[in-house]
Design a protein around this ligand. Sequence first.
Ligand SMILES: Nc1ncnc2c1ncn2[C@@H]1O[C@H](COP(=O)(O)OP(=O)(O)OP(=O)(O)O)[C@@H](O)[C@H]1O
Length: 710
Amino acid sequence: MNDDTDSVNVGAEVAPDRSRDVDRAILDGELVEDQPFPSVRLPWRLRLKRWWQASPRVPVSLKTHEQATQLVKDWITVVLRSPWRLLRAVGRGLVTGFRLWRRWVTVRDYREAAEESQKLADKFTEIRELTLFRWKVTGAVSVAAGVLIAVAAYVWGEVPLWTIGGVACVALAVLGRRKDGQPGRKPSLSGSRALTWTMDPQILVDAFRDAKLLGKDESLRLVQRASRVGDGWSVTVDLPATRKAADVVKHREALASALAVDEIQLMVERVRGNGGHAGRVAMWVADEDPYAKPPLRTPLVNVQHWDAWKPVPFGRDARDRKIDLPLVWTSLLVGAIPRQGKTFATRLAAAGLILDPHTRLYVADFKAGKDWMAAEQVAHRFLSGDDAEHIVALKDWLVELVAEVQDRYRRMRDLDDEVCPESKVTPAMSRDTALNMPITALFIDEVQVPLEDRTPIEVQGKNVPAGEYIGELLTWLAKKAPAAGIVLVLATQRPDSKTIPSGLRAVLGSRFALRVMDWRDSNIVLGEQMNTRGHDSSRLLPSHKGVGILRPDGETEAGADVLAMTVRTYYMPGEDWQEICRRGRALRQAAGTLTGHATGEDTAVRVDPVAEAKAISSEAKVMAELPEPLAEVLEYVNEHAGDREFIPTAELVDALDVDPNAFGRQMTELGCSSERRRVPAEDGELRQVRGYVVADLRRMAALQRDGGDP
Ligand SMILES: Nc1ncnc2c1ncn2[C@@H]1O[C@H](COP(=O)(O)OP(=O)(O)OP(=O)(O)O)[C@@H](O)[C@H]1O
């Protein structure tokens, strides 16, 4: 075969030659090896570029333009700072040299040894003589050196003076250099430590050591030098082999203290996926409080139409990255103490859905203020108030929605695979008016009001508190409805475990916690143990209105691997909100999708008793019949116990946020007694703790349900 086929340049003028060569080869009757892909020799520049990017020998800082620019800048800084650094090193060298000489001239080591062996008095004369002798040596050397220098200066002029001065400076600078791991004596008033690490990576290493994230002999490896990103500095480091990036994230505050910045200015993330590993940390330090800037308006004011299937613009993180919130196929819980921006955040989520005319909206405002009034013109169902009639109305909506979800699943079963490939609403299905399965969003502001309501209502011949029943319906919906295209968005001022049942919290996919009172409340919104993973919204400042921690259910701009992030929500004042609602109404009118309350029709839901009876799943019914705290315990066990046989009492008390003594007493009254067992603790050691055997809890629950005495 012709040699040319081995290496062919990619190019229009070369290709025809090659085909002719191959044809000739076949006509000659030679054996042609079938090559699936001809080997194409790339231009040398491209090959060099690929090698450069892939080679582990080329430093990362020379691989990208930004990093290389940063490297040049760093070197210029080093050169400019070098006279000052030399001066300081010489100064340190002088002090160190002087101390060494004093130690020698006063015969300090001999004196200390004599002191230790309590023979100072015996050796005193000897030491004194030695001291005198050393003083004499010092004097003689000084005089000799002075004379030598003077003679040399007399004979050769200034040159020897400069040479001796230079050599002495270098010697002193070497003596006074900062050694790795020994940053030297730090003056107690050295000014701000903030950002000096960007110049000198040793300071970063010291900060990690001060924060107890590195041992004395350990060091960091710089993966990416400090470079400017947005209004701050970014750096990526590798920890030593035994250290975990997750621990750095957890101890962010200690690191912020060591770097002398507010923890709100420090972002620490694990670098995951292909470019990262469990010990790689990306840090970003803002120059100033990134949330103290003027609020940003939501970009939704500038759009005429939004697709509900696209994540809704929600806010920006500290690095000014856009954070969008996916809403379809999930649900959202927003929690905060009053006046932190809860309603504003919830309205942001609503705005995206309002601007999609194929979305149906249920809005229940138990704050009974003006905040949601503009949504009346687009909502299919709307209520504003906190009286018993409003709570009953909400219950009826929920029953209606449960029936709707059941109906949607039934209809989806009958649809062919092309229209509905799995039991989930698709974008095309949600927009098909004939199918009547639009994305339906239920917004409840101040959801604690209906959930705490104790008014008895009759459900299947039994009187149950309205709040409990609403809680069960919401739990059912949060579990089953997202796939059927129903989105729940709940906002609460009281994110405690008594108000929002743990079963409901567990099934709400996305969480957004603005400032709360303490870490327990933050964990209730964001999920268990989130404070130990570095996410605690009680640490946010009161002045940070609209800033919260988002734990999204799905991918955001910050990456799919990011568990939670601090977000500053966009600001959408009343006039923007009203404008968006007006636009939403116009869009619906044009699309012919304006329904229910927005068209002025009487929307009091007439609940079909049969639908209501079917509405609650058997699980919810079972839970309702169990007395507290057993119902909550069982719910927790079902969700978190996994295959464990034993649950420590401390874990239950913590998760349910109950008083340990009262809890133990109530459980005993219900026939559940705790016992001691040895279980592995966090450090892997076995510890004896009190707790409950999961099988016993289940048996007791079954007995309670059957009405049997324990
Ligand atoms: N993203 C934001 N940027 C700046 N300020 C904001 C932002 N979000 C909300 N605020 C400010 O915070 C104030 C309180 O917001 P909001 O009414 O949403 O609080 P809330 O938590 O719902 O209060 P309450 O619990 O009393 O209903 C608003 O008046 C607004 O000025």
